[in-house]
Design a binder for this molecule. Structure first.
Ligand SMILES: CC(C)[C@H](C(=O)O)[C@@H](O)C(=O)O
Ligand code: SF4
Length: 467
């Protein structure tokens, strides 16, 4: 009999009731709660007169609506204030830890989970947020759920789920100079499409992945959902262990020793069979930039805006045409000539310390082009503190960036950091749908060093010229 994949092993450990047909009631170890997706779940709980079954298995933090310019708790808009206050009240009522906006542990859910050691290998972790796949970088099954599912997790600590098919993506060949894991995942999505991973739990493996830091693995798994996969994961190794050691909520003492032993044994068997397997050569990639309104409409920065009339596939041709109209781009334009108005460095994709270090490396001794407004938004208060201890904020500020407090910020147009109609942004976030960063705003996804280079040049540019 064939061996098992990492996903299947963790899945089996969590089955409470097997319903057959790949459906099971799954035990959920951890639940992260944010302000946008939780109100209905808490309301459902209250309506049913149910209590939270295991309050210590949940952590609540407001990240989407919080202002990133704050002294104390100054909200620009009442709605946002109410949303955040409601989360605080709901958490208090149900005995769930709430991390306040001005707390040292504050940040984007997908940044603070790992920082706190709340995210652990081998676990099943959920959150009412599609980018929960980020946590899979630690070798756990982590996925986004809907509001009614959140209510079920609160009340029962279980979820009825369908087991995903498994897909292994082998990334081989390492990263060329100036190319980051963000470029790899964008290029991969350009190749397999935003539907390429639908129905699959992706396990990323291969030499490129083993060499990645935990931060980069999180960037990689973060965007599994943009390829259609609710789950992205990387098997735990020594890097996973040393990242987690000593984190506030990670186990300690004998329990830690036992956990490490177990975690390091958690990997796919040699003879495991995946439903789909692809190998992607990363050794000759160029930095990538999206030019359309889905992440798959991405090309190397050395390329040009494609011509929809030259695209034989009608479906794709139509997608390109629609994108170019919204993005106000003409076929044949060199991507490296597209002028930008705004730069956003942050989000749960690229708002971690390494991202800020890398961007600062490009910005040091240089200035943001005139007419460009640029903001750097650390993914968490702890990232901000670390960055400031290293003097990175001074580099950003000297270059002409704004240096903000943590939050989702301009990744999503539901707080006051938004693009104005028609503005074009070089962004390190993960989604470029119409209106994503503000109604009528135009998003180009790229890596932190590419965004920093664009800020300096005033247009999209090949960061390798700045290295
Ligand atoms: C608002 C939230 C539920 C949403 C998500 O599910 O991912 C957001 O975080 C996003 O990135 O689009
Ligand atoms: S930073 Fe962006 S992608 Fe991440 S959770 Fe917030 S809105 Fe979603």
């Amino acid at each position: 009999m064939a061996g098992h994949t990492l996903y299947e092993k963790i899945w089996s450990r969590h089955v409470v009731t097997d319903f057959g047909n790949d459906e099971a009631l799954l035990y959920v170890d951890r639940h992260l709660v944010q302000e946008v997706s939780s109100p209905q779940a808490f309301a459902a709980l209250d309506k049913a007169g149910r209590k939270v079954r295991r309050p210590e298995a949940h952590i609540a933090v407001a990240d989407h609506a919080v202002p990133t310019l704050r002294n104390g708790d100054t909200f620009a808009d009442e709605l946002a204030r109410k949303q955040v206050e409601r989360l605080n009240q709901n958490a208090a009522k149900h005995g769930i830890t709430y991390i306040p906006m001005d707390g040292a542990g504050h940040g984007i859910v997908h940044v603070i989970g790992p920082e706190l050691g709340f995210t652990l290998p081998g676990a099943v972790l959920v959150c009412g947020d599609s980018h929960t796949c980020t946590h899979g970088a630690f070798g756990c099954i982590a996925f986004g759920i809907g509001a009614s599912e959140c209510a079920s997790v609160f009340a029962t600590q279980t979820l009825r789920q369908r087991r995903q098919k498994t897909m292994r993506v082998n990334l081989e060949g390492g990263l060329p100079h100036g190319v980051t894991i963000k470029d790899v995942i964008l290029a991969l999505i350009a190749e397999i499409g935003t539907g390429g991973g639908v129905g699959y739990a992706i396990e990323f493996s291969g030499s490129t992945v083993r060499d990645l830091s935990m931060e980069a693995r999180m960037t990689l798994c973060n965007m599994a959902i943009e390829a259609g996969s609710r789950v992205g994961m990387v098997a735990p190794d020594e890097k996973t262990i040393s990242y987690l050691e000593g984190r506030p909520l990670a186990p300690s003492g004998d329990v830690w020793q036992a956990a490490v032993k177990d975690w390091l044994s958690l990997r796919s068997d040699e003879d495991a069979v995946y439903d789909r397997e692809i190998t992607f050569d990363t050794s000759a990639l160029a930095p990538q930039v999206s030019w359309g309104t889905t992440p798959e409409l991405t090309s190397p920065v050395t390329g040009v805006v494609p011509d929809p009339d030259a695209e034989p596939n009608e479906n794709r041709s139509e997608k390109i045409r629609k994108s170019l109209a919204y993005m106000d781009l003409r076929p044949g334009t060199a991507l490296a000539e597209i002028a930008i108005d705004r730069v956003f460095i942050g989000s749960c994709t690229n708002g971690r310390i390494e991202d800020l270090r890398a961007a600062a490396g490009i910005l040091a001794g240089r200035k943001v082009a005139s007419g460009v407004a640029a903001i750097a938004v650390p993914g968490s208060a702890s990232v901000k503190t670390m960055a400031e201890a290293e003097g990175l904020h001074e580099i950003f500020l000297a270059a002409g960036f704004e240096w903000r407090d943590a939050g989702c910020s301009m990744c999503v147009g539901i707080n006051e950091d938004r693009l104005a109609e028609g503005e074009r942004c070089a962004s390190t976030s993960n989604r470029n749908f119409e209106g994503r960063q503000g109604i009528g705003g135009r998003t180009h996804l790229m890596s932190p060093i590419m965004a920093a280079a664009a800020a300096i040049a005033g247009h999209i540019t090949d960061v390798r010229e700045f290295l």
